[in-house]
Design a protein around this ligand. Structure first.
Ligand SMILES: NC(=O)c1ccc[n+]([C@@H]2O[C@H](COP(=O)([O-])OP(=O)(O)OC[C@H]3O[C@@H](n4cnc5c(N)ncnc54)[C@H](OP(=O)(O)O)[C@@H]3O)[C@@H](O)[C@H]2O)c1
Length: 330
């Protein structure tokens, strides 16, 4: 069985290697074994390899926060899935050809989902949903501003906000994505820059922006804070710049803008198991119906993890890099 191991923390393409690992064996009681059909390379996986993610396990370690699997065997007492079923894994270490996990972590997905989209169901769609739900009481007609608007999360935010009648100002770092984001339902698309607040004010005709959503951090977070209305909220949920969030004193002290943080694990932990199941069922249906979709830039076999990691860190991509550990998706 092949899997990816990192042998040190450092440049992902240097430290991640595809190795031959021992076979996993049959599932024991309460376990499920599945073949990993696809996994995306997310920004958090890149941070994990670099050693800058919140989890920094002893080495060697296998990355992989999410992935799609097809069950090949279940323990005698497991009834909620059977061989052939498609599952997403709620645990990590998914950069492998095969996984053996606790039965409750193998969550079946409804039929009819595009397999590549299903591999990206666990993290980004609920992140976008909870960013909109948990930080401000948004009503139809309200405005939200977000950066990394062309990311998978950003695109889901545009679609989910539109469905609620919430209007979005979408901050990007390049012009060639404007038309695509408008097609998704973006009300305003602007390039980031020092005069962002003035341009956002002009674009919304001075209407208050209640919520700012930031995943660039550093000075970009400050620019989002300066766009948000008095008493509004900025939620920091990522750091594509590698910096810590910054806010201007004017926003915090004079205008009462609050900076808060978001993490999907914490967001889901506030909810009951039934609510979490409901969220995933609803998001899976939206993926199945094509309402939510993360574009894909390229697919790689697991042996080409180095090329996949190099590509995943390049700007100018139009979507996610996916790895297919067991050959073409079918
Ligand atoms: N807190 C949580 O629980 C949680 C959960 C999920 C995701 N996240 C975070 O959400 C963010 C988006 O994740 P994703 O998987 O949706 O991303 P993605 O689809 O891989 O896209 C990454 C985005 O970041 C932009 N970007 C890259 N480097 C940048 C920089 N230095 N300055 C400004 N923009 C930059 C890219 O712009 P271009 O389109 O122009 O290339 C792209 O739009 C990440 O920061 C991730 O860590 C957090």
């Amino acid at each position: 069985m092949k899997k990816i191991e990192i042998i040190a923390y450092g440049a992902p393409e240097e430290v991640a290697h595809c190795i031959d690992a021992p076979a996993l064996g049959d599932p024991g009681p309460g376990e499920v074994v599945f073949d990993v059909l696809a996994f995306p390379i997310n920004p958090a996986d890149i941070s994990f390899c670099r050693g800058s993610y919140r989890l920094r396990p002893p080495l060697p370690a296998t990355p992989g926060a999410e992935g799609l699997g097809r069950v090949i065997a279940v323990g005698a007492d497991v009834t909620h899935v059977k061989p052939g079923d498609l599952v997403i894994n709620m645990q990590r270490e998914n950069w492998a050809q095969r996984r053996r996990v606790k039965a409750e972590d193998a969550v079946p997905i409804p039929p009819g989902l595009d397999l590549a989209q299903a591999a990206m169901l666990r993290i980004n769609p609920p992140t976008a949903l909870l960013l909109l739900e948990d930080h401000a009481a948004l009503k139809p007609g309200d405005w939200v501003i977000q950066n990394v608007a062309n990311s998978a999360v950003g695109r889901h935010v545009i679609v989910l906000a539109k469905a609620r009648g919430v209007r979005t100002v979408n901050v990007v770092r390049r012009d060639d994505v404007t038309g695509k984001l408008r097609d998704l339902g973006a009300d305003v698309v602007v390039k980031d820059g020092p005069d962002l607040a003035e341009r956002a004010r002009a674009a919304t005709a001075g209407a208050p922006i209640r919520l700012g959503i930031d995943a660039v951090s550093g000075e970009a977070c400050k620019r989002i804070g300066d766009c948000v209305a008095d008493g509004g909220v900025v939620v920091s949920y990522g750091s594509m710049s590698g910096q810590d969030p910054v806010m201007s004193r004017a926003a915090v002290n004079m205008r009462g803008v609050n900076l808060t943080g978001f993490n999907l694990g914490r967001g889901l932990a506030k909810r009951t198991q039934e609510q979490v199941r409901g969220i995933y069922a609803d998001l899976a249906a939206k993926l199945r119906d094509g309402l939510l979709k993360a574009p894909i830039d390229a697919f790689y076999p697991i042996e080409e993890i180095r090329s996949a990691l190099i590509r995943a860190q390049q700007g100018g991509r139009h979507g996610k890099v996916l790895v297919l550990p067991n050959g073409p998706l079918q």
